[in-house]
Design a protein around this ligand. Structure first.
Ligand SMILES: C[S@@+](CC[C@H](N)C(=O)[O-])C[C@H]1O[C@@H](n2cnc3c(N)ncnc32)[C@H](O)[C@@H]1O
Length: 236
């Protein structure tokens, strides 16, 4: 049976290209500004140090990449990678205008086939990207490959809460706030995909198992925002 809510990589790329002009504004509205706090937590858990070489995978318009770049400082460097040209154009423009002093580089590429040598990075982040890739084990395998031994990746995404009442609240919130808000921007279809994508997304404990299967030596999943979001922290 065909799952009509399942998107191909090309469709996902198209969705994020179309969303790009309003992506940041919508994120602020839909999370009531909270996404900034969750992103700061994710960056902290990747344990960036001054002078590090960092990766922000599925960087979109570059929020996490710039937070990571602040931590590694002028002697370090952060690469933001995404396959949406439109998102990268905004990341590039924003970093040039707002924080030209940060050591950032933007690369168009595929999270399932990273254009980096093995053991390249000291730390890595990924925000709302893992749920969107078409092959999660492969993506974790790629992250494992490009990280140095002992380095951490911190992966922030939506999460289905374990308590039934919180799950119901999350579904209500997505259907009655997120989709109607996106509708005002003419992006109903683009945001209606969040709920089904979340239905398929591995739970925290499943993510931990997948991280071990990808070769990480330690993995832990932190539920945040009453379990509606989560951060997987995996150490190579
Ligand atoms: C929800 S956005 C998150 C953007 C940003 N990290 C943030 O937290 O705001 C997901 C991003 O993943 C990117 N993406 C999805 N699959 C990808 C893949 N296979 N390779 C590279 N980027 C991908 C999309 O283009 C999109 O920009």
């Amino acid at each position: 049976m065909t799952d009509s809510t399942w998107h191909s990589a090309n469709e996902i790329q198209g969705i994020f290209d179309r969303i790009a002009p309003v992506y940041d504004q919508l994120n602020n509205t839909l999370s009531l500004g909270q996404h900034r706090i969750w992103k700061l937590m994710a960056v902290k858990w990747s344990e960036p140090q001054s002078g590090n070489f960092g990766l922000d995978l599925c960087c979109g318009s570059g929020d996490l990449a710039q937070l990571l770049a602040r931590k590694v400082g002028k002697t370090g460097k952060v690469v933001g990678l995404d396959f949406s040209q439109e998102q990268l154009a905004i990341a590039h423009q924003r970093s040039k205008e707002k924080y030209p002093f940060l050591p950032l580089e933007w690369i168009e590429g595929d999270a399932l086939n990273l254009p980096f040598a093995d053991n390249s990075f000291d730390c890595a982040t990924m925000g709302y990207g893992l749920r969107n890739v078409t092959d999660i084990p492969r993506c974790l395998g790629q992250l494992h490959r490009v990280l140095k031994s002992g380095s951490k990746v911190s992966i922030l995404d939506f999460h289905r809460p374990s308590q039934p009442w919180m799950r119901s609240f999350q579904e209500w919130y997505l259907q009655n706030f997120v989709v109607p808000t996106a509708d005002k921007f003419g992006l109903t279809e683009e945001y209606a995909y969040i709920n089904p994508s979340l239905e398929r997304f591995p739970t925290g404990s499943e993510q931990v198992k997948l991280a071990y299967q990808a070769g990480f030596t330690h993995a832990i999943h932190y539920p945040i925002a009453m379990g509606m979001m989560g951060v997987l922290v995996a150490t190579k």
